[in-house]
Design a protein around this ligand. Structure first.
Ligand SMILES: C[S@@+](CC[C@H](N)C(=O)[O-])C[C@H]1O[C@@H](n2cnc3c(N)ncnc32)[C@H](O)[C@@H]1O
Length: 298
């Protein structure tokens, strides 16, 4: 006879099989312990007494499915999260990117958009308006809607302002938003080159020709083979010489590092994709820089 924990795991497995057939999402790719914990948390707030009881509603009603999806994905995020990471972006990576006439950035697993607005502020301060596009994606439609709105609670602004300064920001942070009804609305200009869209890292194809990819605090929730799939996806999406940034608890394997990337910043999971002929790794940026300068000066 199975004990109640084993029955619960069986119910979750059956529910996941149903979800895969109906909605195409495969949660067997998430690491089991944290996935189960999130499922139980969702169940305790859902009003259903068991996963078996929830099953038919989840499978027949997309709104209930969306609430489950929202419950099992961890959406914690903040502006200028890990300020020293944003300092490296500001001081070391953006100066490279500025040498290109136009750059494309992919933020995979962007949650409610704080990371995307932080990036837009950095590019704005680097004077790159009109020369970049940020593709910010997430599996969860609900958080994406919040990200598109660009409205954040005012009580968060004090700590975001501190992180902005710790990341090297010198402007007045409150210049970037207006206040209304206890919330803040970020400048429309920051939104202009931000494209938010739904994308599932585990099944969807990658966008192309990215100069910079951030996928921070997402891969930790995946099983190792799915992490490998994502790294391969990023590698196809990234141009040679492009940058891949992972979360502080995520890293590339030594094999990937040896063959495809070089570590760009010590103590940070920031990598630079090697050129096929590694000895020419500095050339393309130099070339863009020179032609950009020629375009202006000659
Ligand atoms: C902890 S948040 C990280 C947010 C942000 N990158 C940061 O570091 O602050 C993880 C995000 O990954 C998203 N996510 C989870 N599984 C995903 C998948 N298969 N494809 C795309 N995004 C996914 C979640 O919805 C969530 O918004």
């Amino acid at each position: 006879m199975m004990n109640s924990e084993e029955i619960l795991k069986l119910e979750v497995r059956l529910l996941c099989e149903g979800i895969r057939s109906v909605y195409g999402y495969d949660f067997s790719d998430y690491s089991e312990a944290s996935f189960l914990r999130r499922c139980k948390l969702w169940l305790s707030n859902s009003g259903f007494s068991s996963f078996s009881e929830a099953q038919s509603r989840v499978l027949r009603d997309p709104v209930t499915f969306e609430s489950l999806l929202h419950g099992i994905t961890v959406n914690v995020t903040e502006m200028f999260r890990d300020p020293d990471f944003f300092m490296v972006l500001r001081q070391k990576i953006i100066p490279y990117l500025q040498t290109y006439p136009f750059i494309k950035i992919w933020l995979a697993g962007c949650s409610t958009g704080e990371e995307a607005y932080s990036m837009a502020i950095l590019l704005h301060e680097a004077g790159m308006q009109g020369r970049y596009r940020i593709y910010a994606t997430d599996i969860n439609e609900r958080v994406l809607q919040q990200a598109k709105d660009g409205i954040f609670p005012i009580w968060q602004m004090q700590s975001y302002s501190q992180s902005y300064q710790a990341a090297g920001g010198t402007a007045c942070f409150s210049d970037y938003y207006t206040e209304a009804y206890g919330h803040t609305i970020f400048m429309p200009e920051l939104k202009k080159d931000l494209i938010f869209s739904q994308h599932n890292l585990l099944i969807d194809a990658e966008p192309g020709e990215m100069n910079l990819i951030l996928c921070r605090n997402v891969l930790i929730y995946f099983k190792p083979e799915m992490k490998d799939r994502c790294i391969a996806l990023f590698n196809r999406a990234l141009v040679s010489g492009g940058f891949l940034c992972l979360g502080s608890q995520e890293s590339l394997s030594t094999r990937e590092l040896f063959s495809l990337y070089e570590k760009f910043a010590p103590h940070r999971s920031i990598y630079r994709k090697k050129y096929a002929n590694a000895s020419t790794s500095e050339l393309p940026c130099t070339r863009h820089y020179r032609s950009a300068r020629r375009g202006v000066g000659a």
